[in-house]
Design a protein around this ligand. Structure first.
Ligand SMILES: NC(=O)c1ccc[n+]([C@@H]2O[C@H](COP(=O)([O-])OP(=O)(O)OC[C@H]3O[C@@H](n4cnc5c(N)ncnc54)[C@H](O)[C@@H]3O)[C@@H](O)[C@H]2O)c1
Length: 256
C-alpha cells in the first residue's frame, strides 16, 4: 500500500519553489523519493531549497526560471531533461498576488497576473506534455489553484480570473491528454500560514485575520506541509484513475 505514494525514480519540477508553499511541496516530494527540479525567478532562493533537500538526503537541482516568459518555460523543461534525462511530474505553483479594488486595477497588474498565474501554467504544461509524449511514459501535472477560483474574494479580480482559468485549463488538458497517459489535476488551497508576498499588507490587518478564521470551519490557517500529502497523491500512482479533478485543501472553506 505505501508503495502507491512512492515517487522514487520520478523526476519532478515544482515552479516557484524558492520559498513558501512551493518550497514545502518540493521538500515533501523529495522525501517521497522524487528527483526534484527546484526553480524560481531568483536563483539564490531556488538554491536554498535545493540545499535543504540535499542536506536531508534528497536529490535536487536548482534552476532560474521566469514562468511569465514562454521561452523560459521551454528552457526549464529542456534543462530538466538535460540534467535528469526525463520528466515525469510537473507542479505549476509559481504565482503572484496584487490586491486592489476592481475599479482601480491597472492594466499592467492584470497582464502580469494573468501572464504568470495562467499563461505560465499553460506554457509549462504544454512543453512538459510534449516531452512526456516523446518519452512515451505518460506523467502527472498538478496545478496550484486557489479557493479564489470558486468563491468571490474582494480585491482579487485578476487573481481570481486567472485561478478560475487554471481550473478550466486543467480540465481541458486532462480530457485531451488522458488517452496518452498524462493526468492533469488541480489543488486549490485556502488560507495558509505562508502569506503570498503581494498579500502581506492585507493579511496584517487584524480584521482580515479574524475573517479568515471565521470563514474557515477548521478555525485555523493551513500549514504549508499540509499540501504535501495531496500533491504527492496527485503526482503518484495513488491517483492513477484521477484526472481533471480540483482538490480543495481549505479547512472546509468552500464546503459552506
Ligand atoms: N499562500 C496562500 O495562502 C495561498 C492560497 C491559495 C493559493 N496559493 C497559491 O500557491 C502558490 C504559491 O504561493 P505562495 O504562498 O508560496 O507565494 P509566495 O509569494 O510566498 O511564493 C511565490 C513563489 O513563486 C515564485 N514566482 C513568482 N513569480 C514567478 C515567476 N514569474 N517565475 C518563477 N517563479 C515565480 C516566487 O519566486 C516564489 O518562490 C501560488 O500559485 C498561489 O496562488 C497560495
Amino acid at each position: 500500500m505505501s508503495n502507491l505514494f512512492d515517487l522514487t525514480g520520478k523526476v519532478a519540477i515544482v515552479t516557484g519553489s524558492g520559498r513558501g508553499l512551493g518550497r514545502a511541496i518540493a521538500k515533501g516530494m523529495a522525501d517521497a523519493g522524487a528527483s526534484m527540479v527546484v526553480c524560481s525567478r531568483t536563483l539564490s532562493e531556488a538554491q536554498d531549497t535545493a540545499t535543504e533537500i540535499a542536506d536531508a538526503g534528497g536529490i535536487s537541482f536548482a534552476l532560474q526560471a521566469d514562468t511569465g516568459k514562454r521561452a523560459s518555460c521551454e528552457q526549464l523543461i529542456a534543462e530538466t531533461v538535460a540534467h535528469f534525462g526525463k520528466l515525469d511530474v510537473l507542479v505549476n505553483n509559481a504565482g503572484i498576488d496584487i490586491i486592489e479594488p476592481a475599479e482601480d486595477a491597472s492594466e499592467e497588474a492584470w497582464d502580469e497576473i494573468l501572464n504568470i498565474n495562467l499563461k505560465g501554467y499553460f506554457s509549462c504544461s504544454q512543453f512538459a506534455a510534449r516531452q512526456m509524449f516523446k518519452q512515451g511514459t505518460g506523467g502527472s501535472i498538478a496545478n496550484n489553484s486557489s479557493i479564489a477560483s470558486g468563491v468571490g474574494i474582494a480585491g482579487l479580480a485578476a487573481y481570481a480570473a486567472a485561478k478560475g482559468g487554471v481550473n478550466q485549463l486543467t480540465k481541458v488538458m486532462a480530457v485531451e491528454w488522458a488517452s496518452r497517459g498524462i493526468r492533469v489535476n488541480a489543488f486549490a488551497p485556502g488560507y495558509f500560514e505562508n502569506v503570498m508576498r503581494g498579500a502581506t499588507t492585507e493579511h496584517q490587518r487584524p480584521e482580515k485575520q479574524q475573517q479568515v478564521l471565521n470563514f474557515t470551519p477548521m478555525g485555523r490557517r493551513g500549514r504549508p506541509e499540509e499540501l504535501v500529502g495531496p500533491v504527492v497523491f496527485l503526482a503518484s500512482d495513488a491517483s492513477s484513475y484521477v484526472t481533471g479533478a480540483v482538490l480543495f485543501i481549505d479547512g472546509g472553506y468552500t464546503a459552506q
